[in-house]
Design a protein. Structure first.
Length: 343
């Protein structure tokens, strides 16, 4: 495949992982970067040797010939930047949360579809190798048809030190972290028809909810519980592991803390270590997330080469984003929410 020239917009906390991953992917080079903060631009430009630097995205689109753009800003700027990419006919990746509202997200998907521009949401958690390992067991038929799932992320990790903005939004855990866990639930058990939710704020120093418990009906017949907390202090901190329990007609899958996968199924019980690799630029405990960044970015490159729609395309992500909106609505009303009505 001919080399791809990409650009990154947003050179903050998480973008550094994306830049490391781009550097490792064959056939891609990030030829330009953009951040409205000149200091972030300088730091990332110097670290990764990118000379073409912009403080204004429109100026970058005007000056550069790009095969794709990777948007790694926070949510408030996503719609304007994705629509700018569509206007310039540049394929675009956008970080999660895709948009501030489902209405914005739908408009972004439409803008890219109308322009014939590929769009992928950087929804990376399903690309973590332990999660892929769980999916492979399901696909093998070993546990039969799943009828119950619990997808759980409970932690006391201080996420606010790296991402201080997380303490200030009216919405916190569902929008920032729950979105990943809801996407994993969809990835494993299929699309959701209805849900109900309860939310709480335990940490008095933050503005949004830091605990959410969500009960979902999947269209295929399974029931799942997605539970998330950043107020859970444990003997051994599990951040950022997602723990999974799946019960099927012929057996069970358990992904336990420490990346221990236990499968009891048609051929007996097997326990394996599905720890993610520690990439050379990664650091614990983030290596699980960092590996998934490399995997989703490789997937994007493969999709651009083959013309295939990315697994977490904008259109796919609307179905995850609808669960976020539904969980907030259900948390407020304490009533179930039908998902089809939102899409
Ligand atoms: P950050 O605040 O550290 O970085 C964002 C950067 O974008 C800042 O440097 C800011 O100056 C720049 N920026 C904002 N608007 C801009 C604009 N219009 N033009 C140019 N630059 C602009 O934020 P972060 O923690 O790096 O998070 C960025 C995004 O990544 C968020 O959407 C967050 O939810 C997401 N994130 C994803 C994961 C994951 O695993 N997928 C993990 C952490 C963060
Ligand atoms: O994945 C994320 O979006 C991050 C974190 C894992 C810290 O919640 O914000």
């Amino acid at each position: 495949m001919a080399g791809l020239s990409g650009a990154l917009i947003g050179c903050g906390f998480f973008a550094v992982n994306q830049m490391h991953a781009w550097r490792d992917i064959e056939g891609v080079s990030i030829v330009a970067i953009c951040d409205r903060d000149p200091e972030r631009l300088r730091l990332v430009g110097d670290q990764f040797g990118v000379a073409r630097r912009y403080t204004d995205a429109a100026a970058m689109f005007a000056a550069e010939k790009l095969d794709f753009v990777d948007v790694a800003t926070t949510v408030g700027s996503h719609r304007a930047l994705v629509e700018m990419a569509a206007e310039n006919r540049v394929p675009v990746i956008c970080q999660k949360p895709f948009a501030p509202t489902l209405g914005d997200a739908k408009a972004m998907v439409k803008a890219c579809a109308d322009a014939g521009v590929p769009l992928m949401v950087h929804e990376n958690f399903r690309w973590q190798s332990p999660i892929q390992a769980v999916r492979a067991v399901l696909d093998s038929g070993e546990i039969g048809t799943p009828f119950f799932g619990r997808i759980s992320f409970r932690s006391g990790y201080d996420v606010f030190s790296g991402q201080p903005y997380l303490a200030t939004g009216k919405r916190f855990i569902i929008e920032d972290l729950g979105i990943h866990i809801l996407d994993i639930a969809r990835f494993l058990l299929g699309d959701v028809s209805s849900l109900t939710a309860r939310t709480k704020r335990i940490n008095p120093a933050i503005a949004g909810e830091d605990v959410a418990t969500i009960l979902m009906d999947h269209a295929g017949g399974a029931t799942s519980v997605v539970d998330c907390s950043y107020a859970t202090k444990l003997a051994v901190e599990p951040f950022p592991e997602t723990l999974i329990e799946l019960d099927g007609s012929d057996g069970t899958i358990r992904l336990a803390q420490g990346y221990r996968l236990t499968v009891t199924g048609k051929s007996g019980t097997k326990v394996s270590d599905v720890s993610p690799p520690l990439l050379p630029w990664a650091s614990r405990p983030w290596h699980n997330i960092q590996e998934s960044v490399a995997a989703i970015q490789q997937h994007w490159v493969d999709c651009l080469a083959s013309g295939q729609e990315p697994a977490t395309s904008g259109a796919d992500n609307l179905k995850t984003f609808a669960l976020v909106e539904a969980a907030y609505a259900a948390g407020a009303s304490r009533e179930p929410v039908q998902i089809d009505a939102l899409l």
